[in-house]
Design a protein around this ligand. Structure first.
Ligand code: ZN
Length: 209
């Protein structure tokens, strides 16, 4: 990838991530400055487009998206990359994801607490599961691991690495009383996964015993 095509990819992804972020804000999934989004610009060397820290997601524009390297150094744009950059990098590295999206929804907060002691949450029997990549029947059982939240991002990234390695079939994980992470081969697939999973979490939440 030469520099100009990399720059074009970054610009297109920045615009796309901003649009996705505003749409998620309008659904109430990333209120205030919560949530963060990333997409792979190039893999050799790794380049990531990612939201900068402390931006109101209802006002998100392409100017709020930074290009960073595999260590989180900013290569393009101004501001600090999201505090949760290490988690995005871990998912990209271990899952080969092309995009990682993270929401702070009400239902992900409630369910990640309710099922924390079980280590995760299973969802099965719903038609909407077929919206997850590789799933072709409602009879699928999706296991979403739940990880204890922490402000120590190095420690949290280690927990994320463990969870996505331990459950190679999962499409997502929850951080306790914090939110949902999912990913996809590109932004469109990751966006679809957020929509599907937020739907399923809400259904599970509304039917809690
Ligand atoms: Zn978060």
């Amino acid at each position: 990838m030469n520099q100009s095509s990399g720059s074009q990819i970054f610009s297109a992804q920045a615009a796309c991530l901003a649009e996705v972020g505003r749409a998620f804000y309008s659904r109430g999934w990333v209120l205030g400055t919560s949530g963060n989004f990333s997409a792979v610009v190039g893999r050799e060397p790794l380049r990531l487009a990612i939201t900068s820290s402390s931006v109101d997601k209802g006002e998100l524009t392409a100017d709020h998206i930074l290009q960073i390297d595999a260590e989180g150094n900013v290569l393009e744009g101004s501001g600090r990359p999201s505090a949760e950059t290490l988690l995005h990098l871990a998912v990209v590295r271990l899952r080969g994801a092309g995009a990682v999206l993270h929401t702070h929804s009400v239902w992900s907060n409630i369910l990640s607490d309710t099922y924390f002691a079980d280590g995760g949450l299973s969802i099965e029997g719903y038609e909407m599961l077929k919206g997850l990549e590789g799933i072709s029947t409602h009879e699928h059982r999706e296991w979403i691991p739940i990880i204890e939240n922490s402000q120590d991002m190095t420690r949290l990234a280690c927990s994320v690495e463990e969870a996505v390695t331990q459950y190679p079939g999962t499409h997502a994980f929850l951080l306790r009383r914090h939110g949902l992470y999912t990913w996809g081969k590109d932004i469109a697939e990751a966006k679809r996964h957020i929509e599907i999973l937020e739907f399923l979490l809400e259904v599970r939440g509304r039917t809690l015993p």
